[in-house]
Design a protein around this ligand. Structure first.
Ligand SMILES: O=c1[nH]cnc2c1ncn2[C@@H]1O[C@H](CO)[C@@H](O)[C@H]1O
Length: 373
């Protein structure tokens, strides 16, 4: 069967990919033209020159890349639905059979969101409808490309006032594609000290909610939780994610190695780390020498982790690039990839029965159970 880009490690499970960091450049150009939204380039190469990373930068600089193209997509119903659909197609071609795709509904809306993102003028696409459209795109993709896709809704570190609605949307759509909540954004910026953060926090505080109570509410309602932590931020942010925000998985988490005691605890607890090798190079989260990448240590210690793309548009990448990095620089074998994907399936946010089905599919494909026939 023709599977496009597939090289090795199939079938795969991917747990950490941002919908808005995985848009096809052609799709951005299409909607930019259609909507008359200016873009920094008019061809794929041109656009990628501005949008994709060429050399390592900081997390803050990397996050600035979204400004170049999000105005062409946000606020447009057809665009939102299409990027979700196309992501499922891409993942199917990459040999991924289960993907959890994450995004901030607020960053794709242009109505009932304060402030309206990306300098858009007010329209009528609400965060709630964004979730609906993404769900439709994912479900159409599941049907057409025969893989499973679920979503994770992101709270943003710089916009705590959006978080209560993110929790509500997770509850509302829990039986409809949405499986978890995330906290994304820039953990390297000290939010407490910024007046913008305090201002953003005000409505939530007035309503008696905080990030902490949102996480508690998520936990109380049985909403699964993952948190970006220890990518650019210190181990203390990982501690906070695990003990305060009750994260069940950690996005990135590389800097856990700076706190051996915490690392030991999390190894013991089988905490899942969503590792994104190429991303960590470009965001400056890890040293440019892949031989010294934290995932080499995770592998040695048989930690629980997965290999993911994060933002393949911005890294001009696909999942095979990430698999190649750990294979070529760290000597990952086919056996390692099997373990990585089984760990990913076990730490997925699927309901138990579906998780077991996913695991059985992997065991069978990897020749780990006797063939029934
Ligand atoms: O590697 C990352 N670390 C932290 N935040 C990120 C990363 N990649 C993307 N986003 C942020 O998550 C939002 C929702 O998808 C994106 O808009 C971006 O701001």
């Amino acid at each position: 069967m023709e599977r496009g880009l597939r090289v090795f490690g199939d079938p795969k499970v991917e747990l950490h990919v941002h919908l808005d960091g995985a848009i096809r450049p052609e799709t951005i150009l299409h909607f930019g033209r259609k909507r008359g939204v200016p873009l920094p380039g008019s061809t794929v190469d041109d656009l990628l020159n501005h949008v994709s990373c060429r050399i390592p930068m900081t997390l803050t600089q990397f996050l600035g890349k979204f400004n170049h193209y999000m105005p062409a997509i946000a606020g447009d119903r057809e665009a939102v639905r299409r990027i979700a659909y196309e992501l499922v197609e891409t993942k199917a071609k990459e040999g991924v059979i289960y993907v959890e795709v994450r995004y901030s509904p607020h960053l794709l809306a242009n109505c009932c969101v304060d402030p309206i993102p990306w300098g858009q003028s007010e329209g009528d696409l609400t965060p709630d409808e964004v979730v609906n459209l993404v769900n439709q795109g994912l479900q159409d993709g599941e049907r057409d490309f025969r893989i499973k896709a679920r979503s994770i809704l992101c709270c943003m570190r710089h916009m705590p006032s959006w978080s209560p609605e993110v929790v509500e949307l997770c509850k509302k759509y829990r039986n409809n594609s949405v499986v978890a909540i995330d906290l994304a954004g820039d953990e390297s910026v000290k939010m407490e000290n910024s007046s913008e953060h305090r201002k953003a926090y005000e409505p939530a505080r007035r309503a008696g909610v905080s990030d902490r109570s949102c996480c508690k509410e998520a936990e109380r309602c049985g909403i699964h939780r993952t948190v970006h932590a220890g990518e650019a931020g210190p181990p203390a942010i990982i501690k906070e994610a695990v003990y305060l925000l009750k994260a069940e998985r950690i996005g990135h988490g590389y800097r856990v190695l700076e706190d051996p005691e915490l690392y030991k605890e999390l190894l013991g607890a089988k905490m899942h780390f969503e590792v994104c090798p190429l991303s960590s190079y470009f965001t400056g989260a890890c040293l440019p020498d892949f031989g010294k990448h934290p995932v080499a240590q995770f592998r040695k210690d048989r930690a629980n982790y997965s290999i993911n793309t994060d933002d393949p548009l911005i890294f001009n990448s696909n999942i095979d690039k990430d698999y190649s990095i750990v294979k070529d620089y760290m000597g990952f074998t086919e056996e390692d990839f099997k373990r990585v994907n089984i760990n990913a399936a076990q730490s997925s946010f699927l309901p138990e029965k579906e998780k077991q089905e996913l695991l059985n599919t992997l065991y069978e494909a990897y020749g780990m159970v006797p063939n029934a026939s």
